[in-house]
Design a protein around this ligand. Structure first.
Ligand code: 4AD
Ligand code: MG
Length: 475
């Protein structure tokens, strides 16, 4: 029989019942009166179960000294009402079994107060801390909320490929996937293209590679998502995404998880409304289902986090065109590291000023200059801007990027040319505009960005179990 979890015992356990639990020791205190208190955690919630072990428990003397922080134990006994104010019930042990010791001199989490950097080096153990346990639980609740949100609205969950031969964002920030022997290639023995020109630089012959052409890890499932949205109706993808951008920031990962809905017959304003409902639903679900963890974040990580989240629920997201945003930024009297003028990419400092200082709430910036955005975004009649939208939130900046898609064949082909893309490489995507094209739109939410918003954690490397970033793919 599976053991009851501590969260359930703390909530509904009845004094007088016999129970058995197992978990990892957080602390042990020995009382002079001949008994010990153990704080036991099994990851089901932030709180520990207090266990009282009397010296009359069989094997007490030999076992108790091995019950140190990090050790795993199994305890059977009787649940009693606790005289302490901290907990409703406590477990009085009748048997105590040491499952696995944790050498007190070596266990890295023996003491509290480690730096985030140190904890990143022990990413295999950090889930045992209060903060990382809470992040794991909140992350799970967010994922559940996301699936529920789309399933309740009739969206189909589609699995788009991880290995791809097209670059969705057109930014060339892709990790190559190859089975070619790079050492051989370096030694000049690799598969090289035949060339009649002896002066030409040698080029690799990818027809000899595993897929017969150059392949990469996907930067987005959007293009394949569009093929399903224009067949089965609204869909969403939810999967790992890879970007080889060399940005060593607290907001970027080389491997992150992205949720990408794609909806036929949606225009940009419909897309904005869905994005706003989506964020609010996630925030509401997490506040409702992870109260204890959220109070912990508010107390220990960021004292404004609950107020920020409530503020998000209480207001409509402000919608601001890129042109208006640039006007606000140029007139506000602030000095910028990256000067602002119409046509520039908004930097984190600009995004955060808008959402944190100027509006004090989430905003949706739309109609960006065409030159800043990928080929697939729908062109506006002004000839300068595209139907793009970014959702910016306080504390984080951009968490969603999306757009209405260009559904007109000729305009799309012209945009591809402008972006130096070969339509032949995207022939299947272009086909969607040849056969039954429809207006459609979608967006991408970065899962780790939404976790930064929810937890108040400062570094994106701490809200994913095993972060990958330039120079680091340990574990
Ligand atoms: O704005 P992005 O690049 O948009 C797309 O990829 C579109 N194809 C989405 C779509 O319309 N279906 O990325 C979307 C979101 C960003 O707003 C951000 O939250 C997250 O993905 N993101 C990252 N998160 C962590 N690390 C990175 N390197 C990220 N790059 C983007
Ligand atoms: Mg973006």
């Amino acid at each position: 029989m599976p053991l009851p979890r501590i969260a359930q015992i703390l909530l509904e356990g009845q004094p007088g019942t016999a129970i058995e639990v197992a978990g990892w020791v957080r602390t042990r205190r020995d009382n002079k009166g001949g008994f010990s208190f153990i704080e036991l955690n099994d990851g089901s919630c932030m709180s520990n179960l207090q266990i009282v072990v009397d010296s009359s428990v069989p094997g007490y003397t030999e076992t108790i000294k091995l019950v140190t922080t990090g050790a795993s134990i199994r305890v059977a006994g009787e649940l009693k009402a606790s005289p302490g104010a901290k907990q409703r019930v406590e477990l009085h042990a009748q048997t105590l079994t040491l499952l696995g010791p944790a050498d007190a001199l070596k266990y890295p989490l023996q003491k509290k107060g480690h730096s985030w950097e140190f904890l990143r080096e022990i990413a295999h153990l950090r889930p045992r801390t209060n903060t990382f346990g809470a992040i794991a639980r909140v992350r799970n609740t967010v994922c559940y909320s996301i699936h529920r949100f789309f399933q309740e609205r009739g969206f189909l969950y589609v699995h788009t490929p991880i290995i791809t031969t097209s670059d969705c964002e057109g930014a060339g920030e892709m990790f190559q996937v190859t089975t070619l022997d790079l050492d051989k290639v370096a030694a000049g023995k690799g598969p090289l293209q035949k060339s009649d020109n002896p002066a030409a630089a040698p080029a690799i012959d990818y027809t000899q590679d595993f897929f017969g052409k150059k392949a990469s890890l996907t930067v987005s499932g959007q293009l394949e998502g569009e093929t399903f949205a224009t067949a089965v109706g609204p869909v969403y993808t939810f999967g790992p995404t890879f970007r080889a951008e060399n940005s060593n920031t607290t907001r970027h990962l080389a491997e992150f998880w992205m949720i990408e809905p794609e909806m036929p017959f949606y225009e940009l304003t419909d897309n904005m409304q869905l994005a706003e409902d989506f964020i609010k639903t996630i925030v509401r679900d997490v506040l409702r289902d992870r109260t204890e963890d959220m109070e912990f974040f508010n107390e220990r990580i960021d004292k404004t986090i609950l107020a920020t989240l409530k503020n998000i629920l209480d207001h409509d997201f402000k919608r601001v065109s890129y042109t208006e945003a640039v006007e606000i930024l140029t007139k506000c009297g602030q000095t910028w590291e990256y000067p602002v003028e119409w046509g520039i990419n908004l930097q984190a400092e600009h995004e955060r000023y808008l959402t944190e200082k100027h509006f004090g709430q989430p905003i949706i910036v739309y109609d960006y200059p065409r030159t800043l955005k990928p080929f697939y975004m729908k062109c506006n009649a002004d000839g300068k801007t595209v139907r793009a939208m970014d959702v910016l939130v306080p504390g984080v900046g951009e968490i969603i990027g999306g757009s209405q898609r260009e559904e007109d064949l000729d305009t799309l082909l012209a945009r591809m040319q402008e972006c130096h893309l070969n339509p032949e490489d995207y022939w299947w995507y272009v086909d969607l505009r040849r056969y039954g094209t429809v207006p459609h739109a979608g967006f991408g939410l970065g899962l780790e960005r939404v976790l930064l918003l929810l937890t108040g954690m400062q570094n994106i490397r701490d809200v994913i179990p095993y972060p990958r970033f330039p120079g680091s793919a340990d574990f």
